[in-house]
Design a protein around this ligand. Sequence first.
Ligand SMILES: Nc1nc2c(ncn2[C@@H]2O[C@H](COP(=O)(O)OP(=O)(O)OP(=O)(O)O)[C@@H](O)[C@H]2O)c(=O)[nH]1
Ligand SMILES: C=C(OP(=O)(O)O)C(=O)O
Length: 225
Amino acid sequence: MTAAPPPPTAVRAHVLIAVKDLDRAKTRLASRLDAERRTALVLAMLRDTLAAAGASEAVGEITVITPDRAVAAAAESAGAHWFPDRGGPGPDRLNAVLRSAAGAGGRGPVVALQGDLPCLTGRELTEALVAARPYRRAVVIDHHGTGTSALIVADPAEGLAPQFGPDSARRHIDSGATALAGHWPGLRLDVDTPDDLDAAAELGPGPATAEVLRTIGWRDPSRQC
Ligand SMILES: Nc1nc2c(ncn2[C@@H]2O[C@H](COP(=O)(O)OP(=O)(O)OP(=O)(O)O)[C@@H](O)[C@H]2O)c(=O)[nH]1
Ligand SMILES: C=C(OP(=O)(O)O)C(=O)O
């Protein structure tokens, strides 16, 4: 098998992934998974996301922004940096930590990427980053059509201007980001709900998530007889 050609640019992107405290994570899965299983799943999805991002030829470095020591340890063991999130509680904390991490880096492209993309592949991320190059700011809309899988800014000095949260796809587009077209099912599949997790199990998650799904006995209902 021949390797994919390197993307036509020297400047590789800096990927930012924000992850909140594990004991507050993935509350929308609480009806199906207890806290211990949710923690295992969040860490596994992060590991698979990090592995895929690290496999992209268009990515230079990865920083995980988190207040959680276990998340920081998972990031470091995957070769990513850890940027501590020391922000106080507040409705815009996620966007505030992304703004400060984006401003702390160099001048190459910056990507705010969700950390719950268990089916992401390096090729998808490379394609999205190449597709984003003509634009000052670009967004990859999630599989629901309302959220954001990735927000990409060509030059962080011009401002990432993250507006993650409810309806973030529309808010990113309304604030000037170009929505990227591309068949990137893994990149678009962020997992927040039991239905999302079924969809990921169907599409094919990375090895860490697949192992957790096996361990917790998660079944894809569409495959049950
Ligand atoms: N570092 C950091 N990450 C955050 C913060 N709030 C949210 N995130 C992360 O941003 C992403 C989207 O956040 P949410 O949708 O609010 O949380 P979630 O854990 O994915 O799911 P729910 O609890 O079901 O809402 C997730 O990866 C979170 O871990 C924050 O205050 N600090
Ligand atoms: C915060 C967001 O993600 P989630 O789908 O995890 O709520 C978002 O899409 O802006």
